[in-house]
Write a protein that binds this ligand. Structure first.
Ligand SMILES: [Zn+2]
Length: 250
């Protein structure tokens, strides 16, 4: 290869490399590209101005006879990615949840600080989102779990120890076998409403299942995540005409 061709190739490779993170960084949580502008950034993000957006403040829920959440998760080696907006743990097929008559496969979970949803106006320091995809409908079912200061969580510790401090490709840690069950509280009563992804493209395809009971993590674990992502929560969205339901009793 001659020198000019070599330089051109270098420029192309550098250009491609720059396009990835730049494209991913085209939306943000504050300032330019922030939540108020998401719908204008791309026609693909038009849903961000929709009427059924998430997160919301969950208040005055209507008690209803809602079905049980039946998860069947199993330990899997850790695959973690820093995508520039959060720390995300990816899953291969094999972990599922039965909900409202459908099987949903766990695709990934990730974290927000502070929590995105609020319960009666109050946000928690963090929130985990366990994202499942419906095997038949293609809809998403997301389990939202509040995280509050208390005892340290071993699973969170293992993820934080492996998390890349800068955006980049997925990292596999074969020796870290983690069970996503460790992110669920003992009590599985929940709030339920129809909403959206809380990040662009904000698609309104999400069955939200917000567990009422939080899980505990240590203050040091909360601080460690916030050091990487001081604020990665979308502002609360209007409820509009939606109903918020809650499991009866408990
Ligand atoms: Zn999320």
């Amino acid at each position: 290869m001659n020198r000019i061709a070599s330089l051109r190739l270098t420029a192309l490779v550098v250009g491609l490399f720059a396009a990835g993170p730049a494209a991913a960084a085209s939306w943000s949580y504050e300032g330019h590209g922030g939540p108020a502008e998401w719908a204008k950034i791309s026609t693909d993000f038009a849903a961000c101005e929709g009427k059924d957006q998430s997160p919301i403040d969950i208040k005055n829920p209507i008690p209803a006879r809602l079905g049980e959440i039946k998860v069947s998760y199993r330990p899997q080696s850790l695959a973690v990615i820093n995508n520039g907006h959060t720390i995300q743990v990816n899953f291969k097929p094999g972990n599922s949840m039965e909900f409202e008559g459908e099987t949903f496969d766990l695709v990934q979970y990730h974290f927000h600080t502070p929590s995105e949803h609020a319960f009666d106006g109050k946000r928690s320091p963090m929130e985990a989102h366990l994202v499942h995809k419906g095997a038949t409908s293609g809809k998403l079912a997301v389990l939202g779990v509040m995280m509050v200061p208390g005892k340290p969580n071993d699973t969170i510790e293992a993820i934080w120890n492996a998390m890349p401090t800068e955006a980049g490709p997925e990292k596999e840690v074969a020796e870290a076998l983690l069970n996503p069950q460790a992110l669920l509280p003992a009590n599985q009563s929940y709030f339920r409403y129809e909403g959206s992804l809380t990040t662009p493209p904000c698609s309104e395809v999400v069955k939200w299942i917000n567990l009422k009971q939080p899980i505990e993590v240590s203050q040091a674990q909360l601080d460690r995540f916030a050091k990487l992502f001081p604020m990665n929560a979308r502002p609360l969205q209007p409820v509009n005409r939606r109903f918020i339901l809650e499991t009866e009793g408990k």
